[in-house]
Design a protein around this ligand. Structure first.
Ligand SMILES: O=C(CO)COP(=O)(O)O
Length: 270
């Protein structure tokens, strides 16, 4: 039985399933165009209406993806993998929310474990990026998740909920209404070791319970909570039918058109 806020379930919850492909540091702009074309042309309009499909390419591919999506009026979304907490100015290498929104991005990943690990991003920095995204009208996909040792010690729920609260410092209930959270256990990312559907459900439910405490039941029941970590066409259906799992944040499998399309089709909503 779900522990989180109000009666829901992906089917019948009112939350539209979201399948987002995080390409990480892969694919040049030509490969990007080929992949988006293949996925978007393969999926039927009815499927794209039921499941929201989002591409998260490297910054250098965004212009090409924008041109393709706009030119062919594709019913897919796209966004960045990170953004600067700053608005503009002398921040070498940073990409601002304004730049992303000018490129038509509707989403941005914030606080991915790879950035937390390799770029030492802490919850306070992640929270400032979440606020920067909202400032520019971009929906943050906030990533949280535990390392293997934390799970082994049985502290994973507490760890993730602390991370969630810290990463949402300063966010209002009104802003949170459009939030997307992605639960990505670090030990499942790129390892082929997917969390069990029940483990994913338990954590996504706990996340929703914490969102309820922070923003109230009605806001929390509308927030989409995704699972990420070795999602494939073969395991997506089991994960996405769990009542608090509203879709997936997909890494490796999002680079292969047939596999990504298979994941979208595995959604019970599709
Ligand atoms: O980190 C992820 C998505 O953000 C998950 O990556 P994989 O699907 O390759 O495990």
């Amino acid at each position: 039985m779900a522990k989180g806020a109000p009666a829901r379930g992906s089917a019948g919850s009112g939350r539209r399933t979201l399948v987002a492909g995080n390409w990480k540091m892969n694919l040049n702009h030509l490969e990007a165009i080929a992949l988006v074309q293949k996925v978007a042309f393969d999926l039927k309009p009815a499927e794209l209406e039921k499941v929201e499909v989002v591409f998260l390419p490297p910054f250098t591919d965004l212009r090409s993806v924008q041109t393709l999506v706009d030119g062919d009026k594709l019913a897919v979304g796209y966004g960045g993998q990170d953004l600067s907490p700053h608005g503009s100015g002398a921040y070498t290498g940073d990409i601002s929310g304004t730049m992303l929104s000018r490129l038509g991005c509707s989403y941005v990943v914030v606080g991915h474990s790879e950035r937390r690990t390799y770029h030492h991003e802490d919850d306070a920095l992640v929270a400032s990026k979440v606020l920067a995204a909202y400032k520019h009208g971009i929906t943050p996909i906030l990533c949280v998740g535990e390392h293997e040792d934390v799970r082994a010690a049985g502290n994973h729920v507490e760890h993730v909920l602390t991370q969630l609260e810290g990463s949402l410092a300063g966010v209002s209930a009104e802003q949170a209404a459009t939030l997307v959270v992605a639960y990505e256990p670090v030990w499942a990312i790129g390892t082929g070791r997917t969390a069990s559907a029940q483990d994913a459900q338990d954590m996504c439910s706990a996340v929703r319970g914490q969102l309820s405490k922070l923003f109230g039941d009605s806001v929390a029941s509308g927030i989409r909570v995704l699972y990420g970590g070795s999602v494939k066409a073969a395991n997506a259906a089991e994960l996405f039918t769990m009542p608090d799992v509203d879709g997936g944040l997909v890494g490796g499998a999002s680079l292969v058109a047939e596999e990504f399309v298979g994941i979208v089709r595995a959604s019970p909503a599709a």
